[in-house]
Ligand binder design. Structure first.
Ligand code: KG4
Ligand code: ZN
Length: 377
């Protein structure tokens, strides 16, 4: 079964053709990230305007992989390809930005109307988990899923594709949001996650050359809710702690040090480069400590066979490293799945995989954007 999946919930526009929920035939992604880098965050109207421009070319490019016959280059080429090869459509209906969601949804509905193909509505957050069903080995149930993205930090228990139980989530800011907001405080680029990870890596390299991290790294940030019994998270306190730390450090450095260095984007709190790297290191350590600790505790409690990590923050290398280290120390018996970075951040491939395993089409007239679609089931 081949599904044409479309994703446009945030600043990415993506279309993919997925076979039997596990094989990627094509996965085309267009991002307006560069435009948002200038403003240090996503401006919804700019994202949607860019998506209107690129949605059709992105879908066409995804379909081109199906064009195995020479000479199929008339006006109806793409409708012919859909009619001939595609069994069903899949579309993200939420959560996400209303303008962005509508671009994908209205396009998908039009294709469904014209071709008569069934259309499957998809919850973007659940779908992030399914990037792990596009890897070499199919995960086994029961599985624990950690979805860590720009807007969500959620833990789910999957006993089967149909039995997904929400265990907990963030009470305030998401992990990705914390990376983005603290990166902004430090004057680093957008998105903040990769920017913080790069600075943290620099600090790690320097520290191994000079002193041990433990003595060298004097800045210590909190690990919010790490000892809390529940599977909930909270990251807004970490952002406040960074702000407080930065203000203190700035005052000290201004007194001690004339040369202030600001990085790529102007920060309101100019600090020297080493301090920015040191803070980035501690932010990454704090967020990953909490995520790994809670996830492994849940894995142990529910005796799962697999841990599935998904969402943009899953692209963080330190997170995977820590999962591997900690599970080895605790001698835990599960297999860890982490998709390659391109499948962690937003793309239509996992939308198509989710739709295959949750194949519940609805009439196109009933498909609507739900910007605040829930995940608590
Ligand atoms: O899943 P995603 O692409 O979009 C949403 O659905 O939100 O996630 C985007 C988030 C951003 O907050 C970004 O800073 C974070 O994922 N991110 C990372 C990394 N790459 C992206 N966070 C930490 N380390 C990374 N390497
Ligand atoms: Zn996402």
């Amino acid at each position: 079964m081949k599904i044409l999946a479309i994703e446009s919930s945030c600043d990415e526009t993506s279309a993919a053709v997925i076979e039997d929920g596990t094989k990627i035939i094509s996965n085309v992604i267009s991002s307006s990230k560069d435009l948002h880098e200038k403003t240090g965050g996503i401006i919804p109207e700019i994202a949607a305007r860019e998506q209107v421009k690129c949605i059709i070319p992105v879908i066409q490019e995804a379909l081109n992989k199906l064009d195995l016959e020479e000479g199929l280059s008339n006006d109806r080429k793409y409708l012919n390809l859909i009619n001939k090869h595609i069994d069903s459509l899949a579309i993200t209906i939420g959560p996400g930005l209303i303008g962005s969601l509508l671009v994908g949804i209205e396009t998908a509905k039009t294709i469904a109307f014209v071709t008569g193909k069934p259309i499957i509505p998809v919850n973007h957050i659940f779908a992030h988990i399914y990037a792990n069903f596009l890897l070499e080995q199919i995960p086994q149930f029961p599985a624990l899923a950690l979805v860590v993205s720009g807007g969500h930090t959620e833990l789910f228990l999957l006993n089967s594709h149909q039995q997904i139980k929400w265990l907990g989530g963030t009470l305030d800011d998401a992990a990705g949001e914390c990376f983005d907001k603290t990166a902004r405080i430090l004057g680093l680029g957008f998105p903040g996650g990769p920017a913080i990870a790069t600075e943290a890596e620099e600090f790690r390299k320097q520290s191994t050359h000079t002193l041990q991290l433990t003595t060298h790294n004097k800045i210590r940030l909190p690990r919010p809710m790490i000892d809390d019994e529940s599977f909930n998270f909270s990251f807004s306190g970490l952002k406040t702690a960074v702000l407080r730390e930065v203000k203190n450090l700035q005052t000290t450095q201004q007194l001690n040090n004339g040369a202030m260095e600001q990085l790529k984007h102007k920060s309101n709190y100019p600090l020297n480069k080493l301090t920015i790297q040191q803070l980035s290191y501690e932010i990454e350590e704090s967020i990953t400590d909490v995520l790994v600790d809670k996830t492994l505790r849940a894995a142990q409690k529910y005796c799962v066979k697999s841990i599935l990590v998904g969402g943009g923050v899953a692209a963080n290398r330190r997170l995977t490293e820590k999962f591997n280290q900690q599970s080895a120390i605790n001698n835990q018996q599960f297999k860890l799945y982490v998709p390659p970075p391109l499948l962690c951040t937003d793309n239509a491939a996992y939308i198509g995989s989710f739709a295959y395993f949750h194949n519940s089409p609805v009439p196109w007239q009933e498909i609507k954007a739900v910007p605040d679609l829930e995940v608590e089931v």
